[in-house]
Design a protein around this ligand. Structure first.
Ligand code: ZN
Length: 147
């Protein structure tokens, strides 16, 4: 496991910040890979841990709530055919999840985005940062109203 001092998610947000609380953050991915998947987000745990099972139960539940809110916000704003939810951490063993909107005609569908491209990329409109942020805030406020 990489030391905290060498970890890129300890040193850098990992994308453009959409939302954060004391435990985790949601960022819009800005890597070149993300261009073909507008709205591609990551949920990043602030503390350097490698596995979801390193979290206390209440923190794991919180992470799941944030993941679901992010997924719902993406479904509402970019209306993909599918959402891919992935937690790999092989390259960066700092707990984070990829929340990836997918379309049946995107460059890699139905393969994972990290596999080889299956066809030319269809240029889609970039997901608007402010719209995504607002949708995420709406989903999170709904979450907080639940008993
Ligand atoms: Zn880290």
């Amino acid at each position: 496991m990489a030391k905290k001092s060498e970890c890129e998610l300890c040193a850098d947000p990992g994308g453009d910040l959409l939302w954060e609380d004391a435990l985790c953050r949601v960022v819009r991915v800005t890597d070149p890979t993300a261009a073909a998947f507008p709205g591609f987000c990551r949920v990043v745990w602030h503390r350097h841990v490698a596995e979801m099972s390193d979290l206390a139960a209440e923190h794991a539940h919180h992470a799941l709530d944030i993941l679901l809110a992010t997924e719902r916000a993406l479904r509402r704003t970019v209306q993909p055919d599918k959402i891919n939810l992935a937690s790999l951490g092989n390259m960066v063993p700092h707990l984070h999840w990829h929340v990836i909107p997918r379309w049946k005609d995107d460059s890699h569908f139905p393969a994972p985005i990290w596999a080889g491209a299956q066809r030319e990329d269809i240029k889609r409109r970039t997901a608007d940062h402010a719209v995504l942020r607002k949708a995420l805030e709406t989903e999170l406020s709904t979450l907080n109203e639940m008993p």
